[in-house]
Design a binder for this molecule. Structure first.
Ligand code: FAD
Ligand code: DHB
Length: 405
């Protein structure tokens, strides 16, 4: 049955929308998720791979931790490479016992979709939202197209979890939001390869030829990235050229070998920093990529989305249980502090590790001096480690869900 009214209309069934819906469901708050794409597309979209401890905790509390606990790879550090040297950042030693988990966004999304289709709330695929109306009034509504028909979902609140290009943010009248942004003069060429990772932990490499990252998806699938010029066509890079370039950028004095294997996916992603303020307009809220974007170096995008919706779900639950809008009113400020911290960290990691096409030799020496400082000082390394593993979540909505449901 097609719902015509709900409490919270969630636009977008990516990680932010799906996790929000699950947390709301656990707290007894009625919602509907509208997703423009079909299920198979949403489940295959290759994106992030690193979950902070706080994200893992909230997924577990949401009941989506079973496969994550079985298949996720827990990592206690990363490797920095620069100047043909390697340096390990040890998370437990530097950041109070913390770790991160390698578990692909595709798998998080599959787990949340399975739960939602089994237990609710309604999740409509192929439902493209075209407009949000009445966010300034007490009776907002969402217009969308589904099965070739125009439909309307009346609601009390609308949450835009519809990503950077979504319509919810764009439906806010001129002057309602302020945006801050920066584009970068390079992109990433990302590949998936059917080959066991050549390392136990992720490698972030600064090299005279540009940045490279060795990540992974499982013990038999590697995920690697190369800095490339903006406008690069992924098809223009042969498999051999990609492996040769990766080899050159990861080169280090001492034993190391990059294993090659069949490349199963190639894509180019642009890099951008972007923040909208506030994360609210009347009864309309923004969460995840709809509200903010970070360049991917440091893997914060998905984790920020999870943090936003954890805070927002707690706020809607408070309203539902007590009638108080205090947490809802604080949502934007609560999240923006964390967002700006992650913006700074992602900017720092990006500009320290990549080579700007206009970069002078002087600036390259500064980058190496900064990396050398991180390698040589536990204080500098702790700053990186604490940011990488993520700030603790302030609103443990999942924990309360366990007690109250
Ligand atoms: P999204 O995942 O973008 O989900 C938004 C959803 O809304 C989509 O399913 C979309 O189909 C739907 N939607 C859009 N418009 C409408 C509409 N009008 N009506 C209904 N539904 C709509 N982060 C990392 O940490 N590491 C990475 O390697 C990494 N790689 C990335 C690669 C790419 C190409 C992109 C775009 C992002 C990447 N990110 C990465 C960032 C990370 O994937 C995002 O931060 C994360 O997906 C945010 O989740 P979200 O739910 O807010 O947005
Ligand atoms: C991955 C992506 C990142 O941006 C990052 O910093 C680490 C890992 C990944 O896709 O695995």
């Amino acid at each position: 049955m097609i719902p015509e009214h709900t409490t919270v209309a969630v636009v977008g069934g990516g990680p932010a929308g799906l996790l929000l819906a699950r947390l709301l469901h656990l707290r007894g708050v009625d919602c509907v998720v509208l997703e423009s794409r079909e299920r198979a597309y949403v489940e295959q979209r290759q994106r992030a791979g690193i979950l902070e401890q706080g994200t893992v905790d909230v997924l577990r509390a949401a009941g989506a931790g079973e496969r994550l606990d079985r298949e996720g790879l827990v990592h206690h550090g990363i490797e920095l490479r620069f100047d043909r040297r390697s340096h390990r950042i040890d998370f437990p030693a530097l950041a109070a016992g913390a770790s991160v988990t390698v578990y692909a966004q595709t798998e998080v999304v599959k787990d949340l979709i399975d739960l939602q289709l089994a237990e609710g709330p309604p999740l409509l695929f192929g439902a493209e939202v075209v407009a949000v109306e009445g966010a300034d009034t007490g009776r907002p509504s969402v217009r969308y197209r589904s099965d070739g028909r125009d439909r309307v979902l009346a609601c009390e609140y609308v949450v835009g979890c519809d990503g950077f290009h979504g319509v919810v943010r764009q439906s806010v009248p001129e002057g309602g939001l302020t945006t801050y942004q920066r584009e970068y003069p390079y992109s990433w060429l990302g590949i998936l390869a059917d080959v066991a990772p050549s390392c136990e932990e992720l490698i972030y490499a600064h090299s005279p030829r540009g940045f490279a990252l060795h990540s992974m998806r499982s013990p038999s699938v590697s995920r690697l990235y190369l800095q490339v010029p903006n406008g690069t066509d992924a098809a223009a890079w042969s498999d051999e050229r990609i492996w040769d370039e990766l080899d050159a950028r990861f080169a280090v004095d001492g034993p190391w070998r990059l294993e090659r294997g069949p490349i199963t996916a190639k894509s180019v992603l642009p890099m951008r920093s972007f923040v909208t303020e506030p994360l609210r307009h009347g009864r309309l809220f923004l969460a995840g990529d709809a509200a903010h974007i970070v360049p991917p170096t440091g893997a914060k995008g998905l984790n920020l989305a999870a943090a936003d919706v954890t805070v927002l779900a707690a706020a809607f639950a408070e309203l539902h249980d007590t009638g108080s809008t205090e947490l809802l009113d604080a949502y934007s400020d609560t999240c923006l502090r964390r967002v700006w911290r992650a913006e700074h960290f992602s900017y720092f990691m990006t500009t320290t590790l990549h080579t700007d096409p206009d970069q002078s030799p002087f600036e390259t020496r500064l980058q190496i001096a900064q990396l050398d400082r991180i390698a040589g000082s536990p204080h500098a390394a702790a700053e990186l480690a604490e940011n990488y593993v993520g700030l603790p979540l302030t609103a443990p909505v999942g924990e309360r869900a366990e007690h109250t449901d």
